[in-house]
Ligand binder design. Structure first.
Ligand code: SF4
Ligand code: SF4
Length: 439
């Protein structure tokens, strides 16, 4: 796999940059899916009719790679039901009717942390998962052999257009980030910290330089200012551009001696260590040409999108597309009842002009897709192999290394749906590999 400085220059459209996070009015009800992370779904520990408060545990982790889930409002559990997520999975969800009081659970108290084990346990109990998009349970990521961690990389790239919630974290939550970094230094033996930020976030860079100076007393802490090239925030891309190390295909960052933590995830850990309030709300960028007043909003997890858009004045025009996350990697939402999830950093309502629906033509074999791909993958060849249902060729073409960043689709002059084809090809290849495993 050939790494490079490739990627694409996307229009930034970060119109909400500098907008402070406003508090959303308490929603009438929240729908909290029990799988907002990679790994096993959480298991409900409440029943219909139970009274809960903000921070009350409603579901415990369902396995080693899983995370507990807490109520984001005070009120009454009215339903435990199957819920169709926008990624096509049906998962159990707890519906809570809010009493409007937002009363915190009286058992909330800062965790007692006095060892590596109690630190990892605290992160687990916080319910924190990767808040930058992937939703990987953070405690599992941090529970690595300290001897293998050469670098802790803080991901402040925020390379997706429109999204500004991470920038807001870096500008305003340096205190929480510092608490988390001090704990990681103490309990995970972190010796080198690199905070990676794109160069278009001047204030955040200044703030992060101050933070690096504060935590750099007994370790090497630096800020790496990066060119604003999408997908700078991709984990493997960021590792390469901050350390020069390459994560081998099919391997994890730890195999290259790195752990990558998103800046908002880091701030959430710091906040939990100080207060004991688990992850129950998210700062969400609400933007897109169809939104009347784009904002950054602090939203209880489980709030329906419709209420969040309403708090922004609703729509100026019917959105052509609504997505979770940014326009490059975001997932289309079919229905505005979809709730804010733990890893929702933005919701966008885009107009017809903002989404490209050009006509697809034949591949002209220009090579732009491969030249743009940060991993040097050849999506044009993948599309041909997928058409022939050639699993061996797909494996050879390193399909599974594709991070689905969408650069190839963005750059293709023939407007071929390359990232979409890669997704379908991955499903096909996984099925073929499962069949092979069963033989
Ligand atoms: S960028 Fe598009 S047209 Fe060019 S080789 Fe790739 S798939 Fe073909
Ligand atoms: S979507 Fe996959 S193949 Fe396309 S540029 Fe991104 S990593 Fe490369």
């Amino acid at each position: 796999m050939a790494f490079s400085l490739h990627g694409v220059h996307v229009p930034h459209r970060k119109y909400t940059a500098g907008f402070p996070a406003e508090l959303l009015e308490t929603p009438k009800a929240v729908t909290i899916p029990l799988s907002m992370h990679i790994g096993a779904p959480a298991k409900a520990v409440v029943a219909v009719g139970d009274l809960v408060k903000v921070g009350t545990l409603i579901a415990e982790a369902g396995g080693a790679v899983s995370a507990p889930i807490h109520s984001s409002v005070s009120g009454k559990v009215t339903k435990i039901t199957d819920f169709l997520l926008s990624d096509g999975r049906t998962v159990p969800a707890v519906v809570i009717e809010a009493d409007g009081e937002m009363t915190p659970d009286e058992n909330i108290a800062p965790p007692v942390v006095n060892s590596r084990e109690t630190f990892i346990e605290a992160v687990k109990n916080s319910g924190i998962v990767g808040l930058g998009g992937a939703g990987f349970p953070t405690h599992f990521k941090l529970n690595a052999d300290p001897a293998k961690i050469d670098y802790l990389i803080i991901n402040g790239a925020e390379c997706e257009p429109y999204v500004t919630s991470d920038t807001l974290t870096m500008e305003n939550r340096g205190g929480d980030m510092k608490v988390a970094l001090e704990a990681m230094k103490q309990w995970l033996g972190i010796k080198r910290i690199i905070i990676g930020i794109e160069n278009n976030k001047k204030k955040a860079i200044e703030k992060m330089k101050e933070l690096a100076a504060e935590v750099g007393n007994d370790c090497i802490a630096t800020v790496k200012v990066l060119p604003p090239v999408y997908p700078q925030g991709g984990e493997k891309v960021l590792i390469y551009h901050t350390t020069g190390r390459v994560v081998p295909a099919g391997k994890l960052p730890l195999d290259a001696g790195c752990i990558v933590v998103n800046c908002t995830t880091l701030a959430a850990i710091g906040a939990y260590l100080q207060t004991g309030m688990p992850l129950v709300e998210k700062c969400v960028t609400v933007a897109g040409g169809a939104v009347k007043e784009p904002k950054n909003l602090l939203v209880p997890i489980g709030t329906p999108m419709a209420e969040v858009f309403a708090a922004c004045g609703g729509f100026v025009t019917e959105p052509a597309k609504v997505v979770y996350g940014g326009p490059m990697m975001g997932i289309t939402v079919p229905d505005l009842s979809a709730p804010i999830l733990k890893n929702t950093n933005a919701i966008l309502a885009l107009t017809e002009q903002e989404i490209r629906t050009p006509k697809t033509t034949n591949c002209i074999r220009c090579g732009s897709c491969t030249n743009t791909c940060p991993f040097g993958i050849n999506p044009a060849e993948i599309a041909r192999a997928y058409q022939k249902k050639d699993a061996a060729a797909l494996k050879k073409l390193e399909l599974m290394s594709c991070m689905e960043c969408g650069c190839c689709s963005f750059i293709c002059p023939a407007n071929r749906p390359l990232v979409q084809t890669n997704r379908l090809a991955k499903v096909f290849l996984k099925e073929e590999m499962t069949k092979e495993g069963k033989k």
